[in-house]
Design a protein around this ligand. Sequence first.
Ligand SMILES: C[S@@+](CC[C@H](N)C(=O)[O-])C[C@H]1O[C@@H](n2cnc3c(N)ncnc32)[C@H](O)[C@@H]1O
Length: 326
Amino acid sequence: MTTAPSVEEQLAIVDAELNRALMGTTKFNEKRIPVVRGTFARLLNNVTLLTSDDTDLPILEIGSDGALASAKVLHKLTGLEVVASNLVVGGLADKVGDYPIRIHQNDIGALNFPDNSFSMLYGRAVLEHISDMDDFLAECDRVLEPGGVLYLDGGPLFHSPRGHHMAVRGPSGTHYGFGKMPDLVPNWCQLDSNEDEVFAHLTETKGVDADDARVIAHYIFNSPEQNRMSASDVIAAFERSAFNNLSYETMQMKKFVPPPHLVEQYGEFDLITNGLAYFVTTGPKSAEPVATSVATPAATPRETTSAPARPLWRRIAGRIKRSILR
Ligand SMILES: C[S@@+](CC[C@H](N)C(=O)[O-])C[C@H]1O[C@@H](n2cnc3c(N)ncnc32)[C@H](O)[C@@H]1O
């Protein structure tokens, strides 16, 4: 009888694969290795992945990264084919190599696949880009086979300190990103000010070129790329969905203290919760959603209890683990 590989053994596969896909490509990509590893650590600590012995249906990745790093890891971990999708797919085909990865151009909101086509749906750093969460989750449920796995994470969520999600190129060619320039616009400016005030702040206090400042301010308040949902909005959408066995982690920016007037208006939870990761399996409804919380950044694996639930309805026993926090 073969025993399932441990999380550590699977993380060794993740490391090897991420190094192969990203090391020596660009500095930006190399810096992402521990971050993407953190995503897989979180995933593997919470769900036992399907393998090609359990299903022959492919995995669908939405919002695939430009190096297909996650897609390659998913294939190596499961042996399954991966359909890597994005709104923008230019250049992805060149990254496939000899992996069983199919490239598919699609909008996250329009999963144009037949019912029960996938064993798993995986989306990393995408939650904030899904415009109609209710429709999307219904579509995920439809395209997943019974017993399928859904992993979705994303952030910053709109009510969090960096929820402005500044990530835009100005007419000057400069790229303004909240990761690279965390203090260019004030935390919570998306809740606490308007487009004109952000424009004034950028030009008068930060010396940003006026044309660029206009684009940044417009992007923060109007870009259709962000759904402007709070953590509570996303959680409520999952709870409304047909999905069963919801379990999720929150990532929180506890080092920033929100101003009291915002706390009064929005509540502290949404103001500091900048990310969510959902682990969902199809099947009968569990009693209560299981929520855990970690401080950002969460790039390292957390300690987990090994208390796998073994419900009869699972084809794959022991797929769900409860996690505890350090
Ligand atoms: C923050 S990036 C994350 C990329 C990748 N998953 C990763 O881990 O690095 C979000 C991705 O979602 C894609 N995206 C945004 N809106 C989308 C939409 N409506 N439909 C499909 N893809 C979308 C973007 O092109 C981008 O690649």
